[in-house]
Design a protein around this ligand. Structure first.
Ligand code: PRX
Length: 635
């Protein structure tokens, strides 16, 4: 069952101006789409040739062992070669790579030259601490410049990073450290959020107790409160960076195109998060192409992707793709509303941001404060806006377009996933828009909407979104679990060899695509991806809870909110106090984003005869809708 249910206004068009089309990096979408379709491998080879390789590939695509596709086979490269090394030998060495602003107003700018040096120094630090090619490094940091430095340094030495979002709890962090078997964790003493300190190092200390594989913790000083530093295990980043071995020159590891660049854990249909694996070669080609074309990146742009580096959006479009393109990327540490609801608009005006990319939930959140806040600032530098993470409801789209974009800026609504690495369905600035539709597939991408048997559904009918042919930045496997990779994405349409996205979508009469929402046990809450099973296992880890079921119900601000149903153990009594305690428990066990909005205590749960919880029934009930087909219900 799809999560969201707005009715799309499929006839409302926003057409690009002639000037916008003329200056666009891709002025004619149809022509480029057709070209890519004709010969996808030649198309991607041409894109790959824009980048630098130590050795060119022998084969563009190896599909001899489906679904374990390989791209640019035999090619030798490194993400750091393209994101940094190649820029410092040109005039770009003096261009700003990163502009950072702390929530407290502190500012840092890093030119390509300076960033390159910092990355080299930290690469030497990591090597000096015994990290070598293939070792996994866990990064659990706030939004500080050092997170980009740490990621790039890992890439440079060929150590796959696993960034864990700083909002996750120690249990979530511990299980990710454990799964990746990271001996090194990089963190901060704390992060600033809404004027308060998020105590990152305390969480790391607890996670490391639960997951004893960790030998070294490197700590960036940001918030300066008192923290515990364990001798022989914990080191300050600034101390290490001051050591003689932290030289500003470091060799870049020559990587195979298919060597892992990073693991990024994301939620799936079971409680255990999946480590989505991406590689150096295909990922750099695809992320840089998509950013350059969909957001029309020009040399003089100031690009601001307001996501967190801890999510795929931040990996691909704060750190890697912008740097490959030699762009200037902006990072802001804190909350959009701190100290006032105009913080973002002030940042746009202060730095002359030209392109802003954010999530519908953030737009809806800022919309609540009214137009006066953005109107106070000069937003005339903006030329494009972007949206990601969940379907954007037309009201939010129109507000974003009218108030922030001043009716001048096209909205690039990008549909993609952690697994896809980069944008899959998105308009280019030359494409006519409809509010709420991600429009058309990116050149080189073949999507369809099909029923459970794989037959295409008709116009305006809901079906499963599938991707019908491979693309360079596709997930390579679930780290350490090839079986799960196959069963999750490739099993359902095994005969056809299609990738199952897990989303419900429809296509309108104009061929425009509308992604409605997830159709599996994954929830999108404020754009964050969570598995119902993760929240449920958080609940049952409390001694009073015997069993639980979690559903998402539509919420105006957050897209979805979490409703939980709990069966208590013998002797436990449901009460307001217990509800509050359980919410706090989930915050602590899983993370604040997973806390249920409401918990109901029940005596039983609707199940199929095989014992599977029928969340569909709970959801219909919660929404006061007809319960539908109950023939498989046990009782
Ligand atoms: O349901 C879709 C939704 O987000 C899911 C992927 O989540 P995640 O891996 O966390 O990646 C989010 C950032 C790329 C998808 O399966 N989604 C993402 N973007 C959109 C979207 N739904 C509708 N429209 C979008 N633009």
């Amino acid at each position: 069952m799809a999560e969201q249910g707005f009715t799309p206004p499929t006839s409302e068009w926003y057409r690009p101006t002639a000037d916008m089309v003329k200056q666009a990096n891709v002025p004619d979408y149809d022509a480029v789409y057709a070209l890519a379709r004709q010969d996808p491998q030649a198309f991607w080879a041409k894109r790959a040739a824009e980048l630098e390789w130590y050795k060119t590939w022998d084969q563009v695509l190896d599909d001899s062992n489906k679904p374990f596709y390989k791209w640019f086979v035999g090619g030798k490269t490194n993400m750091a070669l393209n994101a940094l090394d190649r820029h410092v030998t040109t005039w770009r060495r003096n261009k700003l790579a990163i502009i950072w602003e702390g929530e407290d107003g502190e500012k840092v700018t890093l030119s390509y030259w300076r960033l390159w040096q910092e990355v080299n120094k930290f690469a030497n630090v990591l090597r000096g601490m015994g990290v070598s090619k293939g070792d996994r490094v866990t990064i659990y940091m706030g939004r500080v410049p050092e997170i980009a430095i740490a990621m790039l340094a890992c890439a440079k030495i060929g150590a796959p990073h696993s960034v864990v979002y700083g909002g996750f709890s120690e249990q979530a962090l511990a299980s990710r450290i454990e799964d990746a078997q990271s001996k090194v964790v990089i963190t901060c003493d704390g992060a600033w959020l809404r004027g308060k300190i998020v105590p990152l190092k305390v969480t790391v200390d607890e996670a490391v107790t639960r997951s004893p594989v960790v030998e070294t913790v490197i700590v960036v000083k940001r918030t300066c409160q008192e923290i515990q530093m364990e001798a022989g295990r914990d080191y300050w980043y600034h101390d290490l960076m001051a050591l003689p071995f932290a030289k500003p020159n470091a060799e870049t590891e020559v990587m195979d195109a298919e060597d892992p660049l990073f693991i990024l854990y994301t939620s799936g249909t079971t409680g255990k998060p999946k480590g989505v694996l991406h590689t150096h070669g295909g990922y750099q080609v695809y992320t840089s192409t998509t950013l350059e074309w969909a957001f029309d990146i020009k040399e003089e742009d100031r690009w601001w992707c307001a996501a967190d580096p801890g999510w795929i959006t931040g990996h691909s479009y704060i750190v890697y793709a912008p740097l490959i393109l030699g762009a200037t990327s902006i990072i802001y540490e804190g909350a959009p509303t701190y100290p006032y609801p105009d913080r973002w608009w002030k940042i746009v005006a202060d730095y002359g941001v030209t392109i802003l990319y954010t999530a519908p939930t953030a737009i809806r959140g800022l919309m609540r404060f009214g137009e006066a806040w953005p109107r106070r600032h000069d937003l005339s530098s903006l030329r494009l806006l972007g949206s990601v993470g969940e379907p954007i409801n037309p009201e939010a789209w129109r507000w974003y377009h009218r108030v922030i974009g001043e009716e001048r800026c096209p909205i690039i609504d990008t549909w993609w996933q952690t697994e896809t690495g980069g944008f899959m369905i998105t308009p280019l600035p030359s494409v006519a828009l409809k509010p709420g539709s991600a429009t058309r597939p990116f050149p080189g991408i073949e999507v369809d909407i099909v029923d459970d048997d794989g037959a295409p559904v008709g116009a305006n009918e809901d079906g499963n979104l599938v991707i019908k042919s491979p693309w360079p930045s596709m997930i390579r496997t679930v780290y350490g679990d090839d079986e799960r990779f196959i069963s999750q994405y490739w099993e359902k349409y095994r005969d056809q060899g299609w990738y199952l996205a897990g989303d419900t979508a429809r296509r309108d009469d104009d061929g425009y695509l509308w992604v409605i929402g997830r159709n599996d046990d994954v929830l999108k809450v404020s754009g964050y991806r969570l598995g119902t099973a993760e929240v449920e296992s958080g609940l049952v880890s409390h001694s009073a809870v015997a069993e639980s079921a979690v559903i998402g119900v539509p919420d105006e601000l957050r897209g979805n909110k979490i409703f939980a149903y709990c069966i208590l153990v013998e002797g436990a009594e449901g009460s307001d106090a217990l509800e509050a305690e359980l919410k706090a428990h989930v915050r602590h066990e899983v993370g604040p984003i997973a806390a249920p909005a409401q918990i109901e205590f029940v005596d039983n749960l609707p199940k199929t005869r095989s014992g599977k919880i029928m969340r569909r029934v709970l959801k219909a009930q919660a929404l006061g809708q007809p319960l539908g087909d109950l023939s498989t219900l046990e009782d």
